[in-house]
Design a protein around this ligand. Structure first.
Ligand SMILES: [Ca+2]
Length: 247
């Protein structure tokens, strides 16, 4: 009978005979263009200042090691902050990148600055069928564009990456789900910033009807669209995160 030690030795020797596969180049999130606005939820002080209700910072494998995500309980939890120069879209192109993991798939706000129910501004929301919806409205309450992904885009207890990307070369807004385009629309070239609206994460305005239950991580916002090459990098980043998550 071979001893355990000899078995281990034989296995180790057998594996030495295999030519080692060249290690695939690893793309990191840093290789995406820098995001001037980034909510990684590692800064508990920041979350305390911006929070309404009692959202919690919980362990997360999405971003850096030992990182945190924001957990909302669906009962008044949200973040709210002023639209800084960075978040004020105006007529700029932009990219909004979000990791989201709903506990319950219902009508709920994800990230918005006005924009819901005919209000001036823009909103990214989850629908009760799991679709993700972008909508924007003019200051006169007219629609500036709506894009809706297929049902079951978001699933309960499952992390999904969303990228909402607006190019002002062609006014095309695209929603990428896990790096793949799932919806698009043209967005009228009007000022999308309601200066009175606050950026809200996990809810819609002051309404208590559309509170989100679940987690967010790595919310990033930049006033530039992602190019094709950057979307490729994004897919690699998502694949790396999935590997860490084991999903
Ligand atoms: Ca994080």
């Amino acid at each position: 009978m071979p001893t355990l030690l000899t078995l281990v030795t034989v296995l180790a020797m057998a594996s030495c005979d295999e030519p080692a596969a060249p290690e695939a180049p690893r793309l990191r999130v840093e290789e995406l263009p820098p995001a001037p606005a980034k909510l990684g939820f590692e800064n508990a002080d920041y979350v305390r200042r911006a929070r309404v209700g009692d959202p919690q910072c919980v362990d997360s494998k999405i971003g850096r090691e030992g990182g945190k995500a924001l957990a909302c309980d669906g009962d008044g939890d949200r973040l709210e902050f002023r639209q800084s120069e960075v978040w004020s879209i105006g007529t700029s192109p932009f990219t909004l990148s979000i990791w989201v993991r709903p506990e319950r798939v219902v009508d709920a706000g994800l990230v918005s600055a006005g924009g819901f129910g005919g209000k001036h501004g823009w909103a990214v929301t989850m629908q009760a069928d799991g679709a993700v919806r972008f909508e924007a409205n003019t200051s006169r309450g007219a629609s500036a564009g709506v894009a809706v992904t297929p049902p079951l885009t978001l699933r309960e207890q499952h992390w999904t990456h969303l990228a909402v990307v607006l190019s002002r070369d062609n006014d095309l807004l695209r929603i990428f789900v896990d790096g793949h385009e799932k919806a698009s629309t043209l967005v009228t070239k009007i000022d999308l910033t309601d200066p009175h609206a606050r950026v809200v994460v996990g809810a819609i305005d002051e309404s208590r009807e559309f509170d989100f239950t679940g987690r967010f991580d790595e919310i990033q916002f930049r006033k530039a669209p992602l190019g094709d090459r950057q979307i490729e990098n994004l897919r690699q980043w998502i694949a790396d995160a999935r590997e860490r998550l084991g999903e």
